[in-house]
Design a protein around this ligand. Structure first.
Ligand SMILES: Nc1ncnc2c1ncn2[C@@H]1O[C@H](COP(=O)(O)OP(=O)(O)OP(=O)(O)O)[C@@H](O)[C@H]1O
Ligand SMILES: [Mg+2]
Length: 379
């Protein structure tokens, strides 16, 4: 069926798949193609099976299809070609089928429609479709590349946050267990020394050093807890939030209240960590920027989803403007919140307006709890 192209000089090569059952119409079409400046390298089919074979056999630049065939139709052919390659140009060429049918064909995805008796537009239509096919392919390639780049960035971001949390956990333990215990031993020995020294000046010095070591010990413990409180790993999100609130409270406003189940179940570790870090940043923002009198932190376990919200009654801010500033590298908090929530599979909404307070609200999908789920810490 396929004819090897013997291309007269000056004609543009065109790999054209023709769907046509009448030899006269095929010859007229080939003639019109040559007149339009093409050297057609063609195959002609007139059934679904023939079309499937031709599409698999080799690549095509364009498909020209009759509308009505005895055992096949232009619209069936169109669907088949689109399933094979949505970028392959498809032009309907038929007897007079009426405007409505032509419009329906174009809506179904045909790229153009020509009438057999008037093929003067054929060359221009093919030129245009070939150009547009290149544009479509480029756009699809750019979309694919963008999608892949986004996936790579997400994987990287995920990995970085994982590494950061692991490092914080490791440093917190090291500070607490190794350095904290060594300093405690130094402090105890200094206290023992104090009791044994009879010289008053030496005893005062020992007391001073004991005091200093005690202060350093307190700082080391605080640093360790700030890096990652052990409650988060050992007891779960709600106890860790209780600790965060106690730690943040300095006596001065805002009052911070936690609304949560008394006996919450344990949640997947990535969600607990994301929620804790979100609450930590939102609370820090409320304390630093909002001038609020009250902050409410709420954790609601709906069974199949978890909602965490941090609401303040402070002065609010222009969220889109702050996000744009953050995106230009001015701050990390808002961007970090968004990243953490989305990497843990959740959705984040921040509602704020100047003078109207701020609500940071995240929702995470959860696997529903098992009927007889045991309470208590994870193994
Ligand atoms: N609860 C809030 N109330 C009022 N303004 C807020 C609140 N949260 C954020 N903002 C405003 O949005 C800005 C951006 O917040 P973001 O957390 O990204 O940065 P930051 O807190 O200034 O710095 P950091 O990078 O240390 O978090 C803040 O500088 C502040 O102006
Ligand atoms: Mg911040």
């Amino acid at each position: 069926m396929s004819h090897a192209p013997t291309r007269p000089a000056g004609l543009k090569p065109l790999r054209v798949l023709i769907i046509e059952d009448t030899d006269d119409d095929l010859q007229l079409l080939l003639l019109a193609l040559r007149r339009a400046g093409y050297a057609p390298d063609h195959a002609c089919v007139h059934s679904a099976a023939g079309l499937a074979r031709a599409l698999e056999q080799r690549p095509w630049d364009i498909v020209l299809s009759d509308y009505a065939l005895p055992d096949f139709s232009g619209l069936q052919a169109l669907a088949q070609v689109q399933a094979h390659d949505p970028d392959l140009p498809f032009i309907l060429i038929s007897g007079n089928i009426g405007e409505e049918v032509a419009v329906a064909a174009m809506r179904a995805g045909a790229h153009d429609y020509l009438i057999k008796g008037n093929l003067t537009r054929l060359g221009a239509a093919i030129d245009r479709e070939l150009r547009e096919a290149v544009v479509r392919q480029e756009r699809r390639r750019a979309d694919r590349e963008l999608r892949e780049a986004k996936q790579r960035l997400q994987a990287l971001s995920n990995r970085m946050l994982e590494i950061q949390e692991n490092e914080r956990r490791h440093l917190a333990r090291e500070l607490h267990d190794e350095i904290g215990q060594a300093l405690t031993a130094v402090k105890l020995n200094l206290q023992a020394l104090e009791r044994r020294v009879s010289d008053a000046a030496a005893r005062r010095l020992a007391q001073e050093v004991t005091g200093l070591v005690g202060a350093v010990l307190d700082q080391v413990r605080a640093l360790s807890l700030d890096l990652r409180p052990p409650q988060l790993d050992d007891l779960g999100l709600v106890p860790a939030l209780h600790w965060l609130i106690r730690r943040s409270a300095g006596g001065a406003p805002p009052a911070v209240l936690l609304h949560a189940d008394q006996q919450p179940r344990r949640l997947p570790a990535p969600i607990e960590t994301a929620c804790y870090r979100l609450a930590q940043e939102a609370l820090a923002n409320a304390m630093r920027h909002a001038r609020a009198s009250r902050v409410d932190i709420e954790v609601v376990d709906h069974g199949d989803s978890l909602k965490l919200s941090i609401r303040d009654d402070g002065r609010g801010f222009n969220f889109p403007a702050a996000l744009a500033r953050a995106a230009s590298g001015k701050s990390m908090g808002l961007l970090g919140m968004r990243e953490r929530v989305s990497l843990a599979g959740g959705q984040l909404a921040i509602n704020s307006r100047p003078g109207g307070g701020t609500e940071v609200c995240a929702t995470f999908p959860l696997a529903a709890p098992a009927q007889d789920a045991a309470e208590g810490p994870r193994p």
